[in-house]
Design a protein around this ligand. Structure first.
Ligand code: ZN
Length: 168
């Protein structure tokens, strides 16, 4: 894998609907992958990016650091736990689905546990927007996209953009 050549994959690329494989050891290759993902996320002005979105079916995602917009956080083999199951709806976009916005209902409080680039286990809890980002990116590791969560209205509204993507 040449990390520098990785690019963001767009729907309907089949890698986006695969269940990703766990990451083994945190090798220099994984570090290069994470670094490239951060680069692509920042370039695209995104707030999160999962490895399947760059064509690598591994359980790894990056997000902006909610406490420091200049920094990024890497989650390897993350697991999520709902700590507040109050649900809220919010509009989400996805770098693999340009021009498509979907109103997604998710629980507000999440605890995330995963490994960082040094191989250390990290845990964070949030009931802020980042908790939604974790769930969106985790969905990518399960091969789930926001278009799987669209209401009939969303589907009608996104018809043209979806057709354009499929017709590429
Ligand atoms: Zn996405």
């Amino acid at each position: 894998m040449d990390a520098a050549s990785l690019q963001i994959r767009l729907y309907p690329d089949p890698v986006l609907t695969q269940v990703a494989e766990p990451v083994g050891a945190v090798t220099p290759e994984i570090q290069a992958l994470a670094q490239r993902m951060v680069e692509l996320m920042v370039e695209a002005d995104g707030i999160g990016l999962a490895a399947p979105q760059v064509g690598v079916s591994k359980r790894l995602f990056v997000t902006r650091d909610p406490d420091d917009p200049e920094a990024a956080v890497v989650w390897i083999n993350p697991t999520l736990e709902v700590i507040d199951d109050t649900c809220a709806s919010s509009i989400e976009g996805c770098l693999s689905l340009p021009d498509i916005d979907v109103s997604v209902v998710r629980p507000v409080g999440i605890r995330i546990t995963g490994t960082d680039l040094d191989g250390a286990t990290c845990t964070l809890e949030s009931d802020q927007h980042i908790a939604r980002v974790w769930q969106h990116e985790y969905d990518h590791l399960e091969g789930r996209l926001i278009i799987d969560r669209m209401s009939t209205m969303d589907r009608l509204r996104s018809r043209r953009a979806l057709r354009a993507l499929k017709g590429r």
